[in-house]
Design a protein around this ligand. Sequence first.
Ligand code: ATP
Length: 227
Amino acid sequence: MARTLLVGADLWRSFQRERGVVSAVQGCSFKISAGENIAIMGPSGCGKTTLLNLIAGLDIPSSGQVEWPGLGSSDTLRPERIGVVFQSANLMPALTAVENVKLPILLGNGCEAHARALTALATFGVELLAPKLPEQLSGGQAERIAVARAIVTDPELIVADEPTGQLDQAGAAILVDRLLAWGRQTGSAIVVATHDERVAAKMNRIWRMRHGKFESMDERPACTGAG
Ligand SMILES: Nc1ncnc2c1ncn2[C@@H]1O[C@H](COP(=O)(O)OP(=O)(O)OP(=O)(O)O)[C@@H](O)[C@H]1O
């Protein structure tokens, strides 16, 4: 049986706003195991980003518990155990593409950072963009580099927030196929928030959210794999 990486138990996350409290995540419970790939879908504002932040240990639930039995504690998760792809790439503007990808390894005191960063860029077919600054990149190129940055430390879990939002259909399919191929090779789990049914159809499981809750969790896509 696959190793359990993460368990969320009755997670709630509420935000205090001027007009009252918004409960972005409302009682979500789940488990993520090694090698799984999961799409989180649902309308804008249903809580996908908030849930991803809890999964990645970037945010703390208002109540409930998230634990990473296969990965460690929340202060040691990133960048080595969990790789994060933020919405809209979030590259550091003053650093070139290859420097952006190197960054998580340097933070983790790794060696051979440049070679590993180039390998990660090549995984997504963007190694020729290594010397470019973010301002010289298209949105889709920046997204590919952001995903390369997330895998460069060989994490056991990737959490990606709409990683293909700037790509056309063909570009999105290639990026996701390459990410899933990397996941199969390394045994890593991949969790992707997406509005794109074609992207979701490539995953093993789909979790559908509405108003902060799971509507369905174990839905199997009609077609799976790298097709
Ligand atoms: N830091 C915050 N402060 C206040 N409200 C927040 C905060 N973060 C999220 N919210 C609210 O929580 C709800 C869920 O937001 P979230 O970004 O998780 O949704 P989403 O499903 O990821 O949306 P999208 O698909 O548009 O990215 C929304 O009503 C949002 O306005």
